[in-house]
Design a protein around this ligand. Structure first.
Ligand code: AMP
Ligand code: GLY
Length: 424
């Protein structure tokens, strides 16, 4: 099969690695890809939102399967365009990707189908939101309705902060059109777990759980980022929690989407909070997580292409997902200053060792080759250093050791990825 992967981050690198292991894969392309992905796939300089170019490229290269890794093109309808051109595609159509694309949609869906989540109100109008917030309980959570790179969520501790938050989202429009509507949500507390799943429109199969670390600084300080590190599985995701989620959340979501005439084919990412009252859905994403994919996919035993084809063909019930009985930890190496201001173009060295060591992975997020062919940094999140181990503690030790192999001038990382598991 000829495969085209759409995206350019560590997640797409992890997908490309899994695809490269499939005996079905002949030629792999990635658009636009990055320096690391180019070792596994031929990268085409086409942006993920250049739909016409992607469709033409897929036709020209006789692509048998397109895998859309990123949220923006999914929410924008890339899958519909590729399908209209007769190209098989793994990922939800526009009418299903709205599960991630609109928080108001996903909250209304959960309410209508009794899927456990935080209580909320939706506002199109800043005045009405401000009026509501006068009598609300604090802390409270404000969320821009649309896609905002995981940054459109504001946790407000006081009425004054909430007032400023409404201004930021709806009036200053810091998150652009994502702020046309706003969801105001009850603040919940508990551990967070990311659960990724494959879905074929009616059947859902759950992957091994993971946990992300979203804040930029150690001990969960600093700004929210795309994710600074992950571990899998999450020891806090117990069998009891799994049973509850299977009963009230996973299949219920898939059935709700089908009942709404929006059958979902692809990956649903359940962002869960394990509250005292039980698991609650914080958010849905319509794709693999980044950097969750970097710890979940290397542990998956199945042929990823077989699973993805089963999703497209509505035959996921015939697949048994299997994961290795071990653990993985990913530590993101970022550029100092991320997620705000950081330098790009700094030379990276020390990656050779990953070729030689079994169970160690260096997933590229923001890298490129400069005009001299030198590998340089090209983004805030630069590399995802992942290692496996027989258990989480060993995986964590291995991953942190491997971060020492890599050098670049403004290398920055959190030092407490997976610290919570050390207490167990
Ligand atoms: P989201 O993009 O909706 O996952 O939100 C980003 C982050 O904000 C989550 O990972 C949580 O840490 C936090 N968050 C979102 N919603 C809530 C909530 N209702 N209560 C507490 N924290 C929340
Ligand atoms: N790591 C969180 C996300 O992919 O949205």
């Amino acid at each position: 099969m000829n495969i085209l992967i759409v995206g350019s981050g560590g997640r797409e690198h992890a997908i490309a690695l899994s695809v490269s292991k499939s005996p079905r894969a002949e030629k792999i392309y990635c658009a636009p890809g990055n320096a690391g992905i180019s070792a596994l796939a031929e990268c085409a300089p086409i942006g993920a939102m250049e739909f016409e170019k992607l469709v033409s490229f897929a036709k020209e290269k006789a692509i048998d399967l397109v895998i859309v890794g990123m949220d923006d093109p999914l929410v924008g309808g890339l899958v519909d365009e590729l399908e209209a051109a007769g190209i098989r595609t793994f990922g939800p159509r526009k009418n299903a990707a709205i599960l991630e694309g609109s928080k108001a949609f996903s909250k209304d869906l959960m309410k209508k189908y009794n899927i456990p989540t935080a209580a909320y109100e939706t506002f199109d109008d800043a005045e009405k939101a401000l009026e509501y917030l006068k009598t609300a309980d604090f802390p409270i959570v404000l969320k821009a309705d649309g896609l905002a790179l995981g940054k459109g969520v504001l946790i407000c501790n006081t009425p004054k902060e909430a007032e400023e938050g409404v201004k930021t989202i709806m009036e200053d429009r810091k998150f652009g059109d994502a702020g046309n509507r706003m969801v105001v949500e009850e603040f919940m507390t508990g551990r967070e777990v990311s659960v990724l799943s494959f879905v074929d429109g009616k059947t859902i199969k759950i992957m091994s759980s993971a946990q992300d670390h979203k804040r930029a600084g150690d001990n969960d300080t600093g700004l929210n980022t795309g994710g600074m590190g992950t571990f899998s599985p999450s020891p806090f995701y117990t069998d009891e929690i799994d049973d509850y989620c299977k009963k009230y959340i996973y299949q219920a979501t898939v059935d709700a989407m089908a009942a709404e005439g929006r059958p979902f084919q692809g990956v649903i990412f359940f962002g869960l909070m394990l509250t005292e009252k039980g698991p609650r859905v914080l958010e849905y994403n319509a794709r693999f997580g980044d950097p969750e994919a970097q710890v979940v996919l290397p542990r998956m035993k199945n042929d990823i292409l077989e699973v993805m084809e089963a999703c497209i063909d509505g035959k996921l019930d015939q697949i048994d997902l299997e994961f290795e009985d071990n653990a993985a930890v990913c530590v993101v190496l970022a550029s100092e200053g991320y997620p705000l201001h950081y330098e790009k173009g700094l030379a990276i060295s020390g990656l050779e060792r990953f070729e030689q060591e079994e169970g160690y992975y260096c997933f590229h997020a923001g890298t490129k080759f400069d005009e001299n062919g030198t590998l340089v940094t090209n983004g805030g999140r630069v590399l995802g250093i992942t290692a496996k181990g027989s258990d989480l503690k060993e995986a964590r030790k291995n991953a942190y050791e491997a971060t020492e192999w890599v050098q670049f001038a403004n290398k920055y990382m959190r030092h407490d990825i997976g610290n919570t598991i050390m207490e167990l």
